[in-house]
Design a protein around this ligand. Structure first.
Ligand SMILES: C[S@@+](CC[C@H](N)C(=O)[O-])C[C@H]1O[C@@H](n2cnc3c(N)ncnc32)[C@H](O)[C@@H]1O
Length: 233
């Protein structure tokens, strides 16, 4: 059973992506035209997706991947098109519906399954890799590390994830965000400095069999995110 504070935050995230943010998210992850600011976010997210996908083996045939917090399923689709067998899960039923509707008829590619639910509660065996692109950024650092520890138990080779890097520019953006009425706001992003992330990873006993390998910061307009690769020792 997850702690109450985690469940409270998870419920906020679910209703945000299922409700307030649904249309915006649907558009952001499509090819529909966007305003200038959102276009920078789309460009940054594309670069992040390419980065994470480039950290996976070239030949993904027979490789099992969990896309944890898949949103509309773009990364999952690309991994499956490269041959991976992908299970993609998200809290938001509406985003999973979009992912299903956008799913191409894959030919000669890996399997692709979309599941509504909490990535931590999913019980469908183990994977070679777990990928969590921007899906842990709304959790407080202790919940994020606990989630990574749980996800690492589902992974045999690697866990690729992103976090919101703590930078002065991001602090200003978050302060601006806090000026909006609560009903219009996204659940707060929880920025973490690289130093704090290193310490958190080191101090979690369940991550003792894992080491941090590549890391890359992507900054594109309002999109700032840090990719990180954990590999099994
Ligand atoms: C910022 S979006 C990113 C979506 C996708 N990874 C992408 O990059 O397009 C974060 C997603 O994580 C999902 N999410 C957050 N916590 C989750 C959890 N505990 N289990 C499953 N999905 C979760 C949210 O519902 C949301 O769709």
């Amino acid at each position: 059973m997850e702690p109450h504070s985690y469940i409270r935050r998870r419920n906020e995230i679910e209703s945000y992506f299922d409700g307030t943010a649904f249309e915006a998210w649907k558009r952001l992850t499509s090819e529909a035209p966007l305003g200038r600011i959102r276009q920078t976010v789309r460009a940054g997210r594309e670069e992040m997706r390419k980065t994470l996908l480039s950290w996976l083996p070239e030949d993904l045939r027979g490789v099992r991947i969990l896309d944890a917090g898949c949103g509309t399923g773009v990364l999952a689709q690309e991994a499956a098109a490269r041959g991976a067998d992908v299970t993609a899960t998200d809290l938001s039923k509406s985003l999973i519906e979009i992912a299903q509707n956008r799913r191409p008829k894959l030919f000669g590619c890996g399997q692709l399954e979309f599941v509504v639910g909490d990535m931590l509660e999913l019980d469908v065996g183990t994977f070679d890799y777990v990928v969590a692109m921007d899906s842990l950024i709304h959790y407080a650092p202790d919940h994020m590390i606990a989630a990574l520890a749980k996800l690492s138990q589902k992974a045999r080779r690697g866990v690729l994830f992103t976090y919101a890097p703590k930078t002065p520019a991001l602090a200003v953006m978050h302060a601006i965000g806090r000026a909006f009425p609560r009903s219009d706001r996204a659940p707060a992003i929880e920025p973490i400095s690289s130093f704090q992330m290193e310490k958190l990873l080191e101090s979690e006993p369940k991550l003792s069999g894992w080491y941090a390998c590549r890391t890359k910061r992507i900054a594109s307009g309002f999109y700032k995110s840090q990719a990180m690769e954990l590999l099994a020792e």
